[in-house]
Design a protein around this ligand. Structure first.
Ligand code: PMV
Length: 307
């Protein structure tokens, strides 16, 4: 028997980092996906690049379903997502494995359980994730996500994908040297030093997410939230010099851009989300600069069994 299970990547439109502290995030699944093949075989997986993550996910699954013999299967991985660049590659891989193993061993896990187990795997890899990544890749579409604080349940709301979001560009500012867990840890240090100032930044990011949700629900779109959100991410200390320079150049050209994920300061800051009113002019500019970019359709389908 062979199971093919897949999950999309994700892009955070607004709310990264603040979402860890209970503020709402607006997040969308993208079309780029990770696909895993679960089949019988010896354990040496061909997916060496992903071995640590696969091991972590399998150990969480074994805790949840002790009867499952994960040493009797082979997991192969195919992905079109850039790895470790803020597009949810790890959550997408984890969800594909969790859902694929549930199908292979007939565990009968529903989407909610697959999301919960994927979250536990994310926790093992990243330390203190909010749950936004796993939720976005398991459920898909465009969502508002709010982490339940002090044991409360997370809030999840489906939003309709506004057509203007198809004009969003994703631009690679370079792979971050830091992991998501390290960036979340750096923000935590700032928060411990300056709780009042940092709480204010988080609240301002949360209010950008709320306004964006309102606008999307009322068929309105003004790109100003992108720049406002970026300035706050810079205040949180998660944007490196290289990304700041690209963003400043985009703004000079009449566009808008922000980091969309954990960010990074030592070298690259991962994928940037950008908008420009003139797609043709902007694409020409991106090409002339030699950037790697995509215009992926926002609102991809969540986790699914492909075969
Ligand atoms: O792993 P990334 O780069 O997609 O970032 C996840 C979003 C954060 O808000 C930075 C962390 C979290 O757990 O919400």
């Amino acid at each position: 028997m062979r199971i093919v299970s897949s999950a999309p990547g994700k892009v955070i439109l607004s709310g990264e980092h603040a979402v860890v502290y209970g503020e709402p995030a607006i997040v969308a699944a993208v079309q780029m996906r990770t696909r895993v093949f679960v089949k019988e075989g010896r354990k040496e997986s061909k997916a060496r690049q992903h071995n640590n993550l696969i091991e972590s996910v399998l150990s969480v699954i074994s805790e949840q379903a002790p009867g499952v013999k994960t040493d009797k299967i082979v997991i192969e991985v195919e992905t079109t997502l850039p790895i470790g660049s803020g597009l949810g590659s790890s959550a997408s891989l984890a969800a594909s494995i969790v859902g694929g193993i549930s199908a292979y061993f007939h565990l009968g896990w529903d989407r909610e359980k697959i999301n919960d187990v994927t979250y536990l795997a994310e926790k093992m890899v990243h330390g203190n994730p909010s749950g936004v990544d796993n939720t976005a890749v398991v459920y898909g579409g465009l969502l508002r996500f709010e982490r339940g604080m002090q044991g409360e349940a997370n809030i999840l709301q489906n939003l309709t994908v506004h057509k203007i979001l198809q004009k969003i560009w994703l631009i690679d500012s370079g792979k971050p040297e830091e992991t998501t867990g390290e960036m979340v840890g750096q923000v935590r240090e700032q928060y411990i030093k300056n709780p009042v100032v940092m709480t204010d930044y988080f609240a301002r990011i949360g209010s950008i997410s709320r306004t964006l949700q309102y606008d999307l629900e009322h068929d309105k779109f003004s790109p100003d939230w992108i720049g406002e959100n970026e300035r706050l991410l810079e205040q949180l200390g998660v944007v490196g010099e290289r990304a700041k320079k690209i963003i400043a150049d985009i703004e000079k050209l009449g566009g808008y851009a922000k980091v969309c994920g954990a960010g990074g300061v030592k070298s690259g800051s991962g994928v940037l989300l950008a908008y420009h009113p003139d797609d043709a002019k902007f694409e020409q500019w991106l090409r002339s600069r030699g950037y790697t970019y995509f215009q992926d359709h926002i609102g991809g389908e969540g986790w699914r069994i492909d075969a």
